[in-house]
Write a protein that binds this ligand. Structure first.
Ligand code: GUN
Length: 291
């Protein structure tokens, strides 16, 4: 029987641990504060940020939301980041991506104080991750590691294939899988839009992480019998539903589950872990709880 991995249940367990950490911090007179910054009127980004803020409320983390007009000059965002960097009451800063075209992502990510960079996207934090000394692991790949650990899926010596090479998921995911230690030691292949004969590569995977952002691009024929399939994709596709869309993963779930031993659904798989690991990083950003 194929195991359908329940991301909400795993995230619940992490939230319970975090609630205890937040209480310990409160007794020490510290409340983690996470500043989210949105410079976009994209509906999906607005939804993600409000889910992050709701998760803060639920755990007793002080979530403060900041909005910048998407048509404002980039300097307005830089000034806001500078102010948040300088405020000792702010422990974590998250600037929701994507940003408007006139705002250079690299300049923004490099401007955030790396000790407050709960996304783990600042070049110093990317470097530390690659060097095997992560300060903040990026939330989605960290969440995938936690799913594998919770499900007792060993990575050591396994063939892991990551489809997608984004800065947010694909690259850090591959880096975590290849690191020494728990949740790593996998023989890791990164595939992307220019990969030749993708199917030949994905069929070798014991652990397949689909993170290309292309709805249902991975079907059962591309999956090795008995593989673990982690679907990071989450695309809004127009549909005749109340909201006018549905969320579709990168994996064709119905055919994939015929081959996989364990598989994450969309929604309810990786998504809840992304938010739980953001809360984890926000608690860690106080500098009081060690990893
Ligand atoms: N946009 C999509 N995923 C993410 C994420 O993990 N962090 C930020 N800041 N923006 C995103």
């Amino acid at each position: 029987m194929t195991r359908i991995i329940d991301g909400n249940e795993i995230a619940d367990g992490i939230r319970a641990e975090l609630r205890a950490s937040v209480e310990t911090l409160r007794d020490a007179g510290v409340q983690p504060r996470l500043a989210t910054v949105l410079m976009s009127d994209d509906g999906a980004s607005e939804t993600y940020v409000s889910m992050k803020q709701a998760a803060c409320d639920e755990l007793g983390i002080d979530g403060r939301h900041h909005e910048i007009d998407p048509d404002a000059p980039a300097d307005e965002l830089f000034e806001r980041i500078d102010a948040l960097n300088a405020d000792p009451a702010v422990h974590g800063i998250l600037v929701q991506l994507p940003l408007p075209d006139h705002v250079e992502k690299r300049r923004v990510l490099g401007r955030i104080d790396p000790t407050k960079d709960v996304d783990g996207f600042h070049p110093e934090n990317v470097g530390r991750l690659v060097a095997g000394d992560a300060r903040f692991k990026p939330c989605t790949p960290h969440g995938v590691q936690r799913i594998l650990a919770a499900e007792g899926i060993e990575t050591e010596g396994k063939d892991a294939v990551v489809v997608g090479r984004s800065d947010i998921v694909g690259k850090p995911m591959a880096n975590l899988l290849v690191q020494y230690g728990d949740g790593g030691n996998a023989t890791t292949t990164v595939c992307h839009s220019r990969t030749d004969d993708l199917k030949a590569k994905t069929r070798r995977a014991d652990i397949l992480v689909a993170a290309a952002g292309v709805p249902e691009m991975i079907d059962g024929d591309m999956i090795r019998e008995g593989a673990t399939v982690i679907d990071v994709g989450i695309t809004r596709v127009d549909a005749d539903t109340e909201k006018g869309y549905e969320l579709v993963g990168d994996v064709d779930f119905e055919s994939a589950k015929e081959k996989a031993d364990a598989i994450t659904p969309v929604p309810g798989g990786v998504g809840p872990l992304t938010i739980a690991m953001l809360m984890y990083n926000s608690v860690k950003a106080t500098g009081i709880q060690s990893d």
